[in-house]
Every structure is written in structure tokens, then in C-alpha cells.
Ligand binder design. Structure first.
Ligand SMILES: O=c1ccn([C@@H]2O[C@H](COP(=O)(O)OP(=O)(O)O[C@H]3O[C@H](CO)[C@@H](O)[C@H](O)[C@H]3O)[C@@H](O)[C@H]2O)c(=O)[nH]1
Length: 426
């Protein structure tokens, strides 16, 4: 029997490759859904050492492929460094990608284009080796991209000679406003150069460049970036239900590396009055020091507000002993939650956040005021924009020891809850 598929015009096949982190997978997956929605066949590979990922609401023309993590080459050790793990993931994804490209050099699933996360631009070398088009996708703000590009071009000197940097038409960036890799190179040796080179040295070979931002949010920064590269701003990459509803049934990002504590979080929020809850989360990678964790816990205790705090499994041991029991009346600690549903819940009145770019875009899109507690990477720059440029929240002040104290946390929460940030509920 001549199958229906044989008679159909084959769909263009696009592969979307993200680095292995929730904050990168979410916007790239969202972009993949848009491609699937306009009729393309999309494959999204996700590294998995186990099958503990959680998939939901994905369109039929979007396939999530599991990529096995290759075993260690040498002796197995328990303590794998960040860089070694990064290399092992790179190798695993590289092997998978070459095989996928070889299998689909022709035929109905021939690959037309690979969209890759800008921080893993080595993907472009593989893609170009097969004569296929490649599109870079930047998951961070244009302000941050511009700073890294200025470093790459040696237009700013790092370590900072003056203690601040100025990019044309942007706000002045003092050290505490800069991505941590720029402000404190000593802490992350080699990281900045690697990141700047990785993102920009092959960019001229990319056929398209996409960024998860939008013109109205960063008008100067977008213009500046566009004067150097043909960027297309396609953000914010949030599930459609929170924006224009373009993709039917698109309620959730859909691939979670953590298991969300959904029903208990939402039930608990339902029991709280409007605008009464502080939502606290530091995303998927930030690790707070124990003293900071204690100050935050004490700050939440001091505050008269209720709180929902996401503390990832690996961070739980840093909570003060008995904290969960002592605060059971006013607080709930969960290991992961459906953040978009939480932020759009009417009981949530403010968001204490590390200012990861996705969390920032989500809060801005849903109208929740922010208490910005940046930890590392691009987060200090996002926090500066939250307070000084968009004026949608307060940035906490750190003491000399780099820790933000409980009283400061309490004051910032009160200010934002009582109208210092943006207001969603009137
Ligand atoms: O309980 C939770 C906590 C978070 N999220 C989601 O996880 C994502 C987290 O992304 P983000 O806020 O960007 O933080 P990170 O996971 O820390 O993201 C990394 O990647 C981002 C994009 O490059 C950078 O901006 C960050 O600094 C970097 O740490 C968001 O979509 C959240 O909605 C949940 O669904 N449930």
C-alpha cells in the first residue's frame, strides 16, 4: 500500500542543539516548538545519563532524542570536575550529531539546518562539514552579549583598568554590574576567554543568528549588536499560553531535568491570599554559600510574608537545621516547581531571584516584581537592568564578605511587595 507519508512532500528537518542546562534547554525548546508549529520536522537531542527527564505537551513533529553520556575514558572517579563533565557532554553530543547527520544526508528526513546554542559553537564545525546550514541561538541578553563581544574584540581591557566599562549608549557598568566572568577573572580562570571565543569566533559562518530578547526591552543594546551582526530578536521564548497563544496547548516548556513538585506547590498557593507570597528560586545551576543560605533563611523568617522556596536537592543540606519545621506555618520548601504557573498565580507578590535570563524574562512577562540576588555569570548585569533600567525591582546590597544580610533581604522584600517593583494585580 502506498502510504500517505510517501505522497506527502517531506517536511524540512531542523535539528536544535542546546547545551545541557535547564536555562538553555527551555528557550531552545520553545524555539523548536515554533519551528514545528510552522510545519517543520524538528529533532531536539538531550543528553541523558538516566531516564529521569520529564516530557510534556510536545508537538508531534518535535522529537526529543536521548543522547547517552559516553563513559569515562580513563579510570572512573566519583569527583568529576565541571570542565571534565563539559568535555564528556561535548564528546557525547558530537558523536551523536555526526551519526545523525550521516544517517540523514539524504532521504525524507534530510537535515536542512541545525540551530545551536551559541555557547557550543563547535557544533557549527560539524554542521558545516556536512554542507548544512547553521543558526546560532543566544540565550542571554543583548547587553551581556555586547559585553562579551567587546571583550572578544579587546575593546575593553580585562582585568578592568578603570573599575568600570562603558559601551556606547549603554548604562555605565561598574564591576558589580558586569558578568562575573568579566568582573572577577581570578575566580574563573580562562572561562571568560573561552566563552567569548566560543560565542564569536565562528559567528560569521553562521547563516542566521537568533537572540532570546526583544527590541522594546533593550533598544540600544539590540541596535548595537545589530550593527555588528545580523541578529534577529525572537524573544521572549516563553510557552505561548503566557504570550500570544500562537501555539495551541502550549502551557509548559515541556522538558524538565528536575521533577517538579507540582500539586503540592499549587495547592499551597491556592490557600494563600492575593499578593501575599514571596517566591524564591535560584534556577538550575547557582550554588549559594552556606552563610548566604542561612541569611536568606533568616530573612524569610523575619519577613511577615509567606514564602515558597525552591531549594534543589543538592542544596538542601545548606538550610539551617529545623528550618523547614520551624517555618511550616508560613513557608513551603520544594525541590523544583512549575515556575511559570507559580509566577502567574495570584497569591505570588514578588520573586526573589538569581536573575537568570529566563527567570527575568518570565517575571517581566508576567508582571511580577523582583528582588534581585545575582549569583554569577550574566546575572549581575540582568540585576542592574532590573533595578536601574526597567525599574521592576530591587537589587540587594552585599556586605564586604559578599553575603547579603537578613535585614537587607527583609527590607527589599517589603519594598517590592508594597509596590517598589512592578505591579501585576493593580
Ligand atoms: O523550580 C523551578 C526553577 C526554575 N524553573 C525554570 O528553569 C529555568 C531557569 O532558567 P534561568 O532563570 O535562566 O536560570 P538558570 O537555570 O540558572 O540558567 C542558566 O542559563 C541562563 C541562560 O543562559 C543564564 O541567564 C543563567 O545565568 C544561567 O545560570 C526557567 O525557565 C524557570 O522557569 C522551573 O521550571 N522550576
Amino acid at each position: 500500500m502506498g502510504s500517505l507519508q510517501e505522497k506527502e512532500t517531506p517536511k524540512l528537518h531542523v535539528v536544535v542543539v542546546s547545551c545541557h542546562a535547564q536555562g538553555h534547554i527551555n528557550p531552545l525548546l520553545q524555539f523548536a516548538k515554533h519551528l514545528a508549529h510552522v510545519g517543520l520536522q524538528v529533532t531536539l537531542p538531550v543528553i541523558s545519563s538516566s531516564s529521569d527527564h520529564h516530557y510534556r505537551h510536545l508537538p508531534r513533529s518535535l522529537t526529543v532524542d536521548h543522547v547517552p553520556l559516553l563513559p569515562y575514558q580513563g579510570a572512573e572517579t566519583e569527583t568529576e570536575t565541571v570542565l571534565a563533565l563539559w568535555e564528556r557532554r561535548k564528546e557525547s553530543m558530537g558523536v551523536y550529531l555526526k551519526e545523525l547527520m550521516r544517517c540523514h544526508e539524504d532521504g525524507s528526513k534530510r537535515i536542512s539546518c541545525v540551530v545551536y546554542d551559541s555557547v557550543i559553537s563547535w557544533v557549527l564545525d560539524i554542521v558545516k562539514g556536512f554542507g548544512v546550514m547553521g543558526a546560532a541561538f543566544f540565550t542571554q541578553s543583548c547587553a551581556v552579549n555586547s559585553i562579551y563581544y567587546s571583550v572578544y574584540k579587546h575593546w575593553v581591557s580585562v582585568p578592568l583598568d578603570k573599575g568600570w566599562i562603558c559601551v556606547d549608549g549603554f548604562p555605565l557598568f561598574e564591576a558589580l554590574d558586569l558578568p562575573s566572568f568579566v568582573a572577577d577573572q581570578g575566580k574563573y580562570p580562562g572561562f571568560l576567554q573561552h566563552l567569548a571565543d566560543e560565542q564569536f569566533q565562528r559567528l560569521n559562518e553562521a547563516d542566521w543568528i537568533f537572540a532570546n530578547t526583544f527590541d522594546a526591552l533593550e533598544p540600544q543594546e539590540v541596535k548595537w549588536m545589530e550593527s555588528h551582526f545580523p541578529f534577529k530578536n525572537i524573544g521572549p521564548m516563553l510557552p505561548s499560553i503566557y504570550l500570544d497563544g500562537r501555539i495551541p496547548n502550549d502551557k509548559d516548556y515541556g522538558v524538565s531535568l528536575f521533577e517538579p513538585n507540582k500539586s503540592s506547590s499549587m495547592k499551597w498557593l491556592d490557600s494563600k491570599p492575593e499578593n501575599s507570597v514571596v517566591y524564591v528560586s535560584f534556577g538550575s545551576t547557582a550554588e549559594l554559600g552556606k552563610p548566604q543560605m542561612e541569611e536568606l533563611a533568616e530573612g524569610l523568617k523575619l519577613s511577615t510574608k509567606s514564602f515558597l522556596w525552591v531549594v534543589r536537592e543538592s542544596e538542601l543540606h545548606k538550610l539551617p537545621p529545623k528550618f523547614i519545621d520551624e517555618t511550616a506555618e508560613k513557608g513551603l520548601v520544594v525541590k523544583w516547581c512549575p515556575q511559570l504557573q507559580v509566577l502567574s498565580h495570584k497569591s505570588v507578590g514578588c520573586f526573589v531571584t538569581h536573575c537568570g535570563w529566563n527567570s527575568t524574562l518570565e517575571a517581566l512577562s508576567l508582571g511580577v516584581g523582583l528582588v534581585a540576588m545575582a549569583q554569577w555569570s550574566d546575572q549581575p548585569t540582568n540585576a542592574k537592568y532590573v533595578e536601574d533600567v526597567w525599574k521592576v525591582g530591587k537589587r540587594v546590597r552585599m556586605e564586604e564578605d559578599g553575603v547579603c544580610k537578613r535585614e537587607e533581604i527583609e527590607v527589599c522584600i517589603n519594598e517590592v511587595m508594597e509596590g517598589g517593583g512592578q505591579s501585576r494585580h493593580g
